[in-house]
Design a protein around this ligand. Structure first.
Ligand code: NAD
Length: 369
């Protein structure tokens, strides 16, 4: 097994903090991957990891992903993530999250936290009592609230960019779109798609969620596994990760994959290549679903809902067009091209380090401004 330092070095991490508070029972890990562009932002996941190694592996993987997501979205943020080891159904309480908040405060703004799997707005409000380096709090407390509508708008805009590139069309009118998962993001995505006049197909394991989109948008329901081989133009994964794999890719009849789910490719390089070889245009997940992060970034600067929506809509369209152009020019997968676009921004900004700037505090204002 690799040592902690070897694991950090392999992925290029700057700092990993192990938080252990005997009195509150908190066991957490905060990983800061890269702060070249700005403070590391990423959610706090609460999960009952079987071993500490599993928790470390997850936080290292997720925090690196956040650096790429922020860089490609053009945000002035770096990548970080935290995991709290515990069962989110039984182990949550105020003191645990306040304790976590104190560790976040101890990093003096190098890491900014938010919600993630297993944590909620309420938990982040407990964290907020101990530190201001937290986003995703409710709108009533000056936060940005639920990020799903912004994520959905960014995804919708990303679908339009992908259609423009693959089919040469400016409108989605008449196209058949299959949305897998009509929860928070999927529901709002269906709303945008319906307005544009698509033929909407949906699938979900939750009957109430399905009923809502059938009643409100006239969506047609398809079975869970049927979505891959359906006669649709666009497959929009908005539920689980790893749905693009050896089994599903050969079945696809669509020419576009563009949706909000995280980690859609089971094996990144292999499955991105399989899609390319089949002539299917894939919108890289972390580029198309960056709306939620854009929302958090706006919260740091003083939340303006209109600006957040505009940035997601325009920014994600332009980013994907740049990725597609690069992929075509270099004959690489869109996944590979997206990594290069993100890495280029990180290395370009790194060059600025030689230039003197007045010290910046993390909430975006220069101390002498
Ligand atoms: P959610 O839990 O509200 O919705 C997910 C939906 O998928 C649920 O309705 C669930 O019943 C359904 N589902 C679960 N298993 C399924 C299956 N096997 N087949 C079909 N449907 C299934 O989550 P969400 O917030 O809407 O997020 C959806 C995806 O987008 C996730 O992968 C999430 O990581 C990603 N994402 C979300 C945001 C955000 O702002 N919420 C931001 C970026 C990425």
């Amino acid at each position: 097994m690799l040592s902690v330092f070897e694991s950090m070095e392999n992925r290029g991490h700057e700092e990993v903090v192990f938080c252990n508070d005997k009195d509150t029972g908190l066991k957490a890990i905060i990983a800061i991957h890269n702060t070249t562009i700005g403070p590391a932002l990423g959610g706090c996941r609460m999960w009952a990891y079987e071993t500490d190694e599993d928790a470390l592996k997850d936080v290292l993987r997720l925090s690196r992903g956040m650096s790429y997501k922020a860089a490609i979205a053009g945000l002035n943020l770096g990548g970080g993530k935290a995991v709290i080891i515990g069962d989110s159904k039984t182990d949550k309480n105020e003191i645990l999250f306040r304790s976590f908040g104190r560790f976040v405060q101890g990093l003096a703004g190098r890491y900014i936290t938010a919600e993630d799997v297993g944590t909620s707005v309420k938990d982040m409000e407990w964290v907020r009592t101990e530190t201001r380096y937290v986003t995703g709090i409710s709108r009533a407390l000056g936060g940005s609230g639920d990020p799903s509508p912004v994520t959905a708008l960014g995804t919708f805009s990303g679908i339009k960019a992908t259609v423009k590139k693959q089919l040469g069309k400016d409108s989605l009118f008449g196209l058949k779109v299959g949305v897998q998962g009509v929860g928070h993001v999927g529901y709002h995505l269906c709303r945008y798609l319906t307005r544009e006049g698509v033929e909407l197909f949906v699938t979900d394991i939750d009957d109430a969620s399905i009923k809502r989109v059938v009643e409100e948008f006239g969506a047609k329901v398809i079975d869970l596994d049927e979505i891959y081989e359906s006669d649709i133009d666009i497959y929009a994964p908005c539920a689980l990760g790893a749905t693009l794999n050896d089994e599903t890719i050969p079945k696809l009849r669509c020419s576009i994959v563009a949706g909000a789910a995280n980690n859609q490719l089971q094996k990144e390089d292999i499955h991105a290549k399989m899609l390319k070889d089949r002539g299917i245009l894939y919108a890289p997940d972390y580029a198309i679903n960056a709306g939620g992060l854009i929302n958090c970034a706006n919260e740091i600067e003083g939340y303006n809902r209109e600006r957040a929506f505009r940035q997601a809509e325009e920014g994600i369209y332009d980013t994907l067009m740049e990725v597609f152009k690069r992929a075509e020019a270099e004959d690489v997968t869109t996944h590979n091209a997206a990594s290069k676009v993100a890495e280029k921004r990180m290395s370009d900004v790194a060059k600025l380090k030689n230039v003197y700037l007045p010290k910046k505090n993390v909430m975006g204002k220069r101390d002498n401004a």
